[in-house]
Design a protein around this ligand. Structure first.
Ligand code: FAD
Length: 317
């Protein structure tokens, strides 16, 4: 088994990890990026990206991530095709173990392992993901201007997404499986006061209905949770807003996590509860969850790590 050592070990190769790699490499830290099972991160699963600054025309998610990776390599970062399965943060250098047994040692560690949106798990949902179905209103709402939109969920995210989508559509339906929402009261008040939003209570999605060539969402079959009755609503855009799972299982017990399992950082920094460990991107951010914010905090993590190393080397003389 091989052993890899670096001043800056980065877990994750989405916008956060690769931005940290670009800044870390340019600061002379020779970062190693362990890419994980999804090299390039979440944007590899999408097509059009219209809100990443710097491009006048719509770009493709996988192309953007390929460019970021090349940029990081060009600056001197090393990519490893591996996934971390074990961590030891009790002493520096921090020690990680990869899937195949390789050991990684980092004087600093940047965690950029992202968060996955939860999906309902229906076959019709898998078929129509990216073809009318999305898990991110900020990312994709713009593509459904003037269309009928449905949001599935009942917590803060679902209500916020429904409200946000009224910027694009006058016909937004919130579908919830219970007869009351979990969202904060103030959000509920804004929701109920908005004439563009209708709430359908006690309904679960039975099936997403797609039609056409190219295939696109046209309707949603709903099942009443009390009567079992099936009904259908028209919808060209569907947003699943039932939560996210940050990829932090590895770090439970090693780092402080918040109640939703996101990594806790000191406000305004990427510093975690363990000195020398930094977190950036969706794994520490449950509010914005965008490529640009992930890239921004990735830059912050590299700068925080570089500063940490500088301070430590100074202390050790
Ligand atoms: C379908 C879709 C469309 C989107 N569209 C847009 C859009 O148009 N605009 C926009 O700004 N945002 C969009 N987003 C959101 C955006 O993709 C995320 O906010 C962003 O990718 C978060 O970046 P990240 O680097 O924090 O994490 P991610 O992109 O999630 O990357 C996480 C990385 O961590 C790695 N990893 C996980 N576990 C391990 C491990 N144990 N060891 C090593 N590596 C590990 C993974 O392999 C992956 O490389 C979209 C998201 C989705 C799902």
């Amino acid at each position: 088994m091989a052993e890899h050592r670096t001043k800056m070990l980065i877990l994750g190769s989405g916008p956060a990890g690769l931005s940290a790699a670009i800044y870390g490499a340019r600061a002379g830290m020779a970062p190693i990026v362990v890419q994980g099972i999804e090299p390039g991160g979440q944007l590899m699963t999408t097509t059009d990206v219209e809100n990443y600054p710097g491009f006048a025309d719509v770009i493709q998610g996988p192309w953007l991530m390929e460019q970021m990776q090349k940029q990081a390599e060009h600056c001197g970062a090393k990519m490893m095709w591996d996934s971390i399965v074990e961590v030891d943060l009790s002493q520096r250098p921090f020690r990680m173990v990869g899937d195949g047994g390789d050991e990684y040692f980092g004087d600093t560690l940047v965690i950029a392992t992202g968060a996955q949106a939860r999906w309902l798990g229906l076959e019709s949902e898998t078929l129509l993901r990216g073809k009318g179905l999305s898990a991110c209103a900020t990312c994709d709402g713009f593509f459904f201007r003037g269309k009928k939109i449905a949001v599935i969920g009942g917590g803060n995210t679902a209500v916020e997404e429904a409200l946000y989508l009224t910027n694009h559509s006058d016909d937004v339906t919130l579908i919830h499986r219970r007869d009351e929402l979990r969202a904060e009261k103030i959000l509920q008040e804004r929701l109920f006061a908005n004439p563009k939003i209708t709430v359908l209570w006690d309904k679960t999605v039975d099936k997403f209905v797609g039609e056409g060539d190219p295939l696109g969402l046209v309707a949603i079959d709903l099942k009443d949770t009390k009567t079992g009755e099936i009904s259908q609503i028209a919808a060209e855009g569907g947003f699943i807003a039932i939560g996210h799972d940050p990829a932090t299982k590895l770090f439970a017990g090693h780092l402080e996590l918040d109640g939703d399992n996101y990594i806790k950082v000191e406000p305004g920094t990427t510093r975690t509860s363990v000195p020398g460990v930094f977190a950036c991107g969706d794994v520490m951010d449950k509010i914005y969850r965008q490529a640009i914010t992930a890239a921004g905090t990735g830059c912050m993590a590299a700068l925080d790590a570089e500063k940490f190393i500088g301070e430590n080397e100074f202390e050790q003389g």
